[in-house]
Design a protein around this ligand. Sequence first.
Ligand code: KG4
Ligand code: ZN
Length: 353
Amino acid sequence: MNALILAIDTSCDETSAAVSSGRRVLSNIISSQVNLHKKYGGVYPALAKRAHSQRIDPVVQEALKRARKAFENLSAIAVTDGPGLAIALEVGIAKAKQLARKYGLPLIAINHMEGHIYSTLARNRNGKPERELAFPALALLVSGGHTELVLMKNHGFYQVLGETLDDACGEALDKAARILKLGYPGGPIIEALAEPLCSVPSDCRAPDFPKYPLNPPLKEKKNLNFSYSGLKTQFLYLVEKLSEKELGQNLTHLAASFQEASFEQLVRKTSEAIEMYQPKILVCAGGVMANQYLRKLLRRVSREKQIPVYFPSAPRLIGDNAAMIGVAASYKYQRKEFVKNIEALDRKPRLSL
Ligand code: KG4
Ligand code: ZN
């Protein structure tokens, strides 16, 4: 019998609870705060804390109801303990501790980025997809807070090969959209604007694509790190030089140019990491993997290097969600990796893999 786990994630601006049985997701409730934070152009911490506190109980209740389970059926509680926004993480951790105490259940602490990796292994109620990891696996994790390449030697064994030296890729896309005064979150806005230019096959592209080439960062560096702050500055200067009219007429080109430069380094470093470490599988996860153009580029890498690529197994598993935390927790449950002292579990905003 698979362990039935109630998982909670409040690491950023989504309040989420899920019930899973092994890798099978029975419910995955996500209450997004995007509309609350929109006018600030990013996550406003005090607002996030208040919204998490108001929503956590109804979200947990709904997750149990949709899964047709009660607390009495559960084997364990899982919760994200980092990385993320400290005062947001706190809300989920306090709730998880309270439930573990009240129902006498073991508590499992999960790294949010580990959760993103396991979003590719989550199964639906019918047990699909049936894919497995093969080791070593290479994970490319790209979200609003992280951009990293991780080598996974087994379940629970991670080696960070490279990470961003400054901004995360999703954060940079959010900033680019803000520079263009287009709203938040920026990733989907930039993708939609750039789509007519990016969706054409690369060999049919206009010779001047991208129209506004940005200098790729760390081109000469022999390491697997990323950088986005230089791109953002180049983009800001570029946009400031354009007249209102030019700006209005070239939004599509500007978005496509920024997206191209942002993804070029992801593709380049991922290819280099595959050559260096010869992984058996490429796992791509995090909010930015919602981007269809990026998926296309990574599928090409997978074909060229002849290794399979896995993306999150359903749309609701791409952005922040608790189901991925529950799936990661099912492996820790098998290894009996429980929190030893429930009272002492604390948030770890800068936790790394
Ligand atoms: O993983 P996630 O939901 O939250 C964090 O843990 O950060 O990632 C959020 C990030 C945001 O920066 C957002 O702009 C980006 O993912 N994103 C996208 C797309 N959808 C969301 N980036 C590019 N293309 C998209 N379609
Ligand atoms: Zn995330």
